[in-house]
Design a protein around this ligand. Structure first.
Ligand code: DAV
Length: 369
């Protein structure tokens, strides 16, 4: 056992230490403004909430345990969160909601930048206390690594002022949603800084942050002031009617290569920084499935939600044949990992992990700004 050292500057350097989530006690949370805006209008999840069926939890945990085992076999240290009781309501002086969510996707909550792990504000009420699941690990890292910086963003109030009432209607229609998201009219307002960690991609000196349902401009400005040695870039992806989290939309694979969701293209003016520095942005392959699994928030584009183990090696969900084939063609060694039955618990292979350590240092991949 090597001593814990927190250090990760990007999405692709050789992975040495990671957190893999758990599905224990995961709930479908009761309705609340930002969550409702993300649940597709024809989804089987509308109108139901409560703990997920135990057999689906057991199956998801089996897959997550297998994934953790595969990573350990490859020499990666794997830690797991400590689930709290997600049936407990969340109550603050400003809001209350009937239950919590789960701790399958640590990527949503924890942002690792160098020797810092930052707990995101989060933007759903049901996820307000989710950081508690990671505190036992973060406290241990604090004890073991004298250089580790444990940071938290200001907890948001999450009053109704944070959410646009326009999104409360259940019958907005995809057309209208596409119009709104193209105009950057999202469900969250600019009342206070909001961000989920999964809206941030790390490219050494540059952080690329998706402005959408879960991250507002004030959240991006907060990150800019918090990381003064970084350049922080806001991006958005017209074409996504439910824009949360960047990791089924824009996926760096190795220095110089990014997959972009062909239905959610990065606008031309935002591509320039990449192109000026010789980075290639290619359309991702089509997903293998026409629909997400039952009771799943995420889209079929979890096909792109891959975990890069090093610049030559990438874990891809085992049923995503087209995505595996494309990455193989692009010169990567592809490791198939079965995870689809865990998608409903919060996402794919990138979502269910959070970096603790990757080799390498903070490099400037975009010297021409
Ligand atoms: O395409 O539904 C899922 C991202 C989950 N972290 C999507 C985004």
């Amino acid at each position: 056992m090597t001593a814990t050292k927190v250090s990760s500057w990007n999405e692709w350097d050789p992975l040495r230490h990671v957190i893999v989530g758990r599905a224990d006690g995961c709930h479908i949370p009761p309705p609340e403004p930002a969550l409702d805006a993300k649940v597709p209008e024809d989804s089987d999840m509308r109108g139901q909430w409560g703990m997920r069926p135990q057999e689906t939890i057991d199956r998801a945990n089996e897959l997550l345990d297998n994934f953790a085992g595969l990573l350990r076999k490859r020499g990666v240290t794997v830690d797991r969160p400590t689930p709290i009781d997600f049936s407990e309501p969340v109550q603050t002086p400003d809001f209350s909601t009937g239950s919590q969510f789960g701790c399958m996707p640590p990527r949503d909550v924890l942002l690792t930048v160098g020797n810092e792990i930052l707990e995101a504000t989060m933007s759903y009420r049901c996820r307000w206390f989710e950081y508690l699941c990671y505190r036992p690990l973060l406290q241990r890292y604090f004890d073991e690594d004298p250089a580790f910086r444990h940071e938290t963003a200001p907890k948001p109030r999450l009053t109704d002022a944070d959410y646009r009432p326009d999104y409360l209607s259940e019958k907005i229609g995809v057309e209208k949603r596409l119009e709104w998201t193209a105009e950057k009219f999202f469900v969250t307002t600019e009342e206070e800084p909001l961000f989920d960690a999964a809206d941030v991609l790390r490219f050494g000196r540059d952080l690329v942050v998706q402005h959408g349902f879960t991250t507002n401009l004030k959240g991006i400005e907060w990150l800019r002031r918090h990381f003064p040695d970084h350049r922080v870039h806001a991006v958005n992806f017209p074409g996504d009617p439910y824009p949360i989290h960047i990791d089924a939309t824009f996926t760096p694979i190795r220095p110089g290569l990014i997959l972009n969701n062909p239905q959610r293209k990065l606008p031309q003016d935002q591509r320039e920084m990449f192109e000026r520095n010789g980075w290639e942005i290619v359309d991702a392959a089509q997903p293998a499935h026409n629909a997400p699994p039952p009771l799943c928030y995420s889209s079929v584009w979890l096909s792109m939600n891959v975990l890069v183990l090093d610049p030559k090696t990438v874990c891809v969900e085992a049923s995503e044949t087209w995505q595996m084939e494309q990455l193989d063609r692009l010169g990567q060694e592809v490791i198939p990992v079965e995870l689809r039955d865990a998608y409903a618990f919060g996402g794919g292979l990138h979502c269910c992990t959070a970096d603790v350590r990757r080799e390498g240092t903070c490099e400037d991949y975009f010297p021409v700004q």
